[in-house]
Design a protein around this ligand. Structure first.
Ligand code: CMC
Length: 431
């Protein structure tokens, strides 16, 4: 028999269905609550609200578990690569060799950017924020791929495979172009024969008449960074993608909105904030004590960046993987980065401090990802765009779930109004 919860209110009892996920997550279904009782469920910031059912990613914040389509992140990080994980996240299964080849071909065939889009980029000041330029370019994609972006779910789903490949491949090309544009360097065309990460590094770092050939360690490290960002359940930007997509907006428009949400320092922008913090500790010759003391003030602007997570309250499994990878990558590349030592000292000091321990604040993925990216030659102002490349498969998979859900409805939360009650208008001269 289906389980129900019971809500007692003003002497009446309302049965509410219980929903249970495949990993035992339980929810009280409050969809009928307003209709039967006149009350809405209030949950500021949706911290305890399930906004959808999803088959993509399972996350247990208390246990530090992250799985995509059932596969543990640790196994994917050790054995898979970004493109294969992207396929898994989007399509639900690991690809067969033929599927992997076909997916790779679609990515390769859609890497080049139209000349007119290059002109759009060149219309921005070179000092513009890379995330602002990236979201603008992505929101411009429907103009060049109108057939893939009709704002009609049925039609857009028919062209989904191609639209997904365009999004993943071109977002990577856009990021390389933005980097070169800001540096005043000519754009480099993608090379058909190169794998995804190697092609990105080629477009970023090649010089005229001198192709950049990525060392295997560099390509592997980049694969890891992107893979670890591939999806992360209903985070702020992914929920944004779902929300925008729920209005039947096309994939590119929805991803562009997600990229805007990602740009904030509490979300994707945290990797930049971490590096700025580490750099300023380094420049001041401090050991981090000042930052830890300030972070404990409770002020949001003084938070220890790269620490804490909205759902992980034990450890962030991605941070464990990337923290270890940092050591390996820097050693292999022969790089000694003083910021890595500062990060480690800061982590140790914070983990011994009662403020952080009692609030279950641990390093998150952003605490170490910047150090790896810096070792690969990616400048700090591009870090969040790298996060966007990595997160694109998750955005795509989530958009598809929304578009393909026959019972879906437009995302439209309610609110509790706390503004003035009704009052009469007074003309400007009489106020
Ligand atoms: N430094 C100092 N104190 C903190 C921090 C921090 N980084 N994070 C949370 N706290 C405190 C907070 O002040 C509160 O204290 P109190 O109970 O005394 O009021 C307590 O810990 C609980 O915090 P919260 O605001 O309920 O936590 P949240 O779940 O709303 O916020 C967070 C999660 C990630 C926004 C927050 O931890 C934060 O701002 N961290 C720094 C930014 C960061 O690294 N963001 C990257 C997140 S991982 C990448 C991603 O997936 O987007």
């Amino acid at each position: 028999m289906a389980k129900t919860a019971s809500l007692k209110l003003d002497g009446k009892e309302y049965p509410l269905p219980i929903i249970e996920g495949t990993e035992g997550e339980k929810a009280i279904d409050t969809r009928t609550l307003r209709a039967v009782s006149g009350h809405i469920a209030y949950d500021q910031g949706y911290g305890n609200t399930g906004s959808c059912e999803s088959q993509i990613t399972f996350l247990d914040g208390d246990e530090g578990i992250l799985r995509h389509r059932g596969y543990p992140i640790e196994q994917l990080a050790n054995q898979s690569d970004f493109v294969e994980t992207a396929y898994l996240v989007i399509y639900g299964e690991l690809p067969s060799p033929a599927q992997r080849k076909e997916f790779g071909m679609r990515l390769r065939n859609n890497a080049a950017v139209e000349v007119q889009m290059q002109k759009i980029l060149e219309g921005f000041p070179t000092t513009a924020s890379p995330m602002a330029m990236l979201s603008a370019l992505v929101s411009g994609l429907p103009a060049y791929h109108a057939d893939l972006a009709t704002n009609n779910f049925e039609q857009d789903l028919k062209n989904f495979d191609l639209a997904a490949a365009v999004a993943i491949s071109k977002i990577r090309t856009f990021v390389a172009m933005i980097y070169r544009y800001q540096k005043g360097l000519p754009f480099i065309f993608p090379k058909q024969e190169l794998p995804f990460c190697e092609n990105f590094l080629h477009m970023m770092f090649s010089e005229p008449y001198k192709d950049y050939i990525a060392m295997p360690e560099v390509a592997k490290a980049l694969n890891l960074v992107l893979l670890l960002h591939a999806d992360h359940e209903q985070n702020c930007s992914t929920s944004t993608v779902r929300m925008v997509g729920s209005s039947a907006a096309n994939l590119f428009a929805s991803i562009s909105a997600g990229i805007c949400a990602l740009s904030g320092p509490l979300h994707g922008g945290a990797n930049v904030a971490v590096m700025q913090m580490l750099q300023s500790i380094h420049d001041e010759g401090d050991d981090g004590t000042r930052f830890i003391a300030a972070a404990k003030s409770g002020s949001k602007s003084n938070r220890l960046m790269g620490f804490g997570h909205a759902v992980y309250k034990n450890f962030d499994p991605r941070a464990k993987i990337i923290g270890k990878a940092c050591d390996t990558v820097l050693k292999k590349l022969g790089i000694k980065d003083p910021l890595l030592n500062i990060a480690k000292n800061l982590e140790q000091a914070a983990l011994k401090d009662d403020y952080f321990v009692s609030r279950k604040l641990y390093p998150n993925v952003d605490f170490y990802s910047g150090i790896i990216m810096r070792a690969l030659g990616i400048p700090m102002n591009m870090f969040t765009t790298m996060f966007a490349i990595g997160r694109t498969p998750g955005y795509i998979a989530n958009w598809r779930e929304v578009a393909a859900n026959p019972k879906g409805r437009i995302y439209r939360p309610r609110q509790i109004y706390v503004g003035p009650t009704k009052r009469d208008y007074v003309a400007i001269g009489k106020r």
